[in-house]
Write a protein that binds this ligand. Structure first.
Ligand code: PLP
Length: 391
């Protein structure tokens, strides 16, 4: 499949880097011990987890003991939001988030509403950014948590995180940010950005699915979270369950690679994304969804007026065509089972038809100029074919 695939859906998931695979392989084979076993075999696994914890911490400028390994961002988000709600309800029961958050945050907040918490969902402007004055106005003495994603998975739009954390701290609320899409792509430092909780997902940064982490601030503004999963008391009692040593080693390795290669990857991916975007914007009736100056360099969400995105996606992955299959998306892969229009694009003011005519291209470090040339031609052909059929 792979030789015949051009993959521009890296915000949904990424291919495991061969070097990451090599790093984790011994822990799937010969070094299979439980990291909590006290024999020498177990100590090797324990040491590998310890190293990975430091590698993850290094990438975000935290201390190793502030990293809790999880199965991914969804679990980290649940642990963070529900944990703050459960432990800090004496201060208040008010939480603030944004309408364009990922469903992992929105659904967790909706769940808490059924338990007596009050959630304020901030709106966004047409370019996907929140309005800081609106945030200022909704913050209260009883606000315990503000959760605003750093970069949006559908549009790549980057929120003003430092300003948001300053405003949150001014009322004594913790600040959590969903950094699933940002980690490994752009520098994220928990101290300079004033972050109390953040989530990491291995499969978004060239590690496998099923591993991730929650950063929980322990310095300055110490946060105590209750467990979601009860059991053996692993991860300081916050996340019980035998540690996924191979996955954790892979995550650590992916974080080190991301740190070392971030600027090189950023430069090449940005140049490919800009080339793709400038060529596709030459097609009539196209525009970019989302702010273009505060945006991840790998993401381009483009509205192709008059072309249904499902039909474009199918047209680009036609097995009968001589062209490679081209993988792009129209919304979050996590909600792809639904036929609803993107809640992110609707919140930015697009109507349903426009939301259903928008395509997300998300590039990664393995893409080449040759691939982008093929995609440009294919998209132009598919879109003009579809428009001709409709007219
Ligand atoms: N948050 C964002 C912004 C995402 O893009 C995703 C995955 O698509 C998630 C959370 C959930 O991550 P995971 O697949 O690790 O649970």
């Amino acid at each position: 499949m792979e030789g015949n695939l051009i993959y521009l859906d890296n915000n949904a998931t990424t291919k495991v880097d061969k070097r990451v695979l090599d790093a984790m392989m011994p822990f799937l084979t010969n070094e299979f011990a439980n990291a909590n076993s006290t024999h020498l075999f177990g100590v090797t696994a324990y040491e590998a987890v310890k190293t990975a914890r430091m590698q993850v911490a290094d990438l975000i400028g935290s201390e190793a003991h502030e990293i809790i390994f999880t199965s991914g961002s969804t679990e980290a988000i649940n642990l963070g939001i529900k944990g703050v709600a459960e432990n800090y309800f004496i201060k208040g029961k008010h939480i603030v988030t944004v309408v364009t958050e990922h469903s992992a945050v929105l659904d967790t907040c909706r769940h808490l509403e059924t338990k007596g918490y009050e959630v304020t969902y901030l709106s966004v402007t047409t370019d996907g950014l929140i309005n800081l004055d609106e945030l200022k106005n909704v913050l209260r003495e009883d606000t315990i948590l503000v959760s605003v994603m750093l970069a949006n998975n559908e549009t790549g739009v980057i929120q003003p995180i430092k300003e948001i954390s300053d405003l949150s701290h001014a009322v004594g609320a913790f600040f959590m940010t969903d950094t699933t899409q940002a980690i490994g792509k752009i520098p994220v430092n928990v101290d300079s950005l004033g972050i109390d909780l953040l989530c990491i997902s291995g499969h978004k940064l060239y590690a496998p699915k099923g591993v991730g982490a929650l950063y929980v601030r322990q310095r300055m503004n110490r946060i105590k979270l209750p467990a979601l999963l009860h059991g053996g008391g692993h991860e300081k009692g916050m996340r019980s369950g035998t540690l996924n040593v191979p996955g954790i080693v892979a995550l650590g390795s992916a974080c080190i690679l991301a740190q070392k290669e971030m600027s090189k990857n950023a430069e090449s991916i940005l140049s490919l994304r800009n080339y793709l975007e400038s060529e596709l914007l030459k097609v009539q009736g196209t525009s970019i969804n989302g702010n273009t100056s505060s945006r991840l360099y790998n993401t381009s969400n483009i509205l192709f007026t008059g072309a249904d995105s499902d039909a474009v996606i199918l047209g680009l992955s036609n097995p009968e065509s001589d062209l490679p299959l081209i993988a792009v998306s129209n919304g979050s892969a996590c909600t792809s089972a639904s036929v609803e229009p993107s809640h992110v694009l609707l919140a930015m003011g697009l109507d349903e038809t426009a939301a259903f005519s928008s395509i997300r291209f998300s590039l990664g470090k393995f893409n080449t100029t040759n691939e982008i040339d093929i995609v440009i031609n294919a998209v132009k052909n598919v879109v003009s074919g579809l428009r001709a059929m409709v007219n």
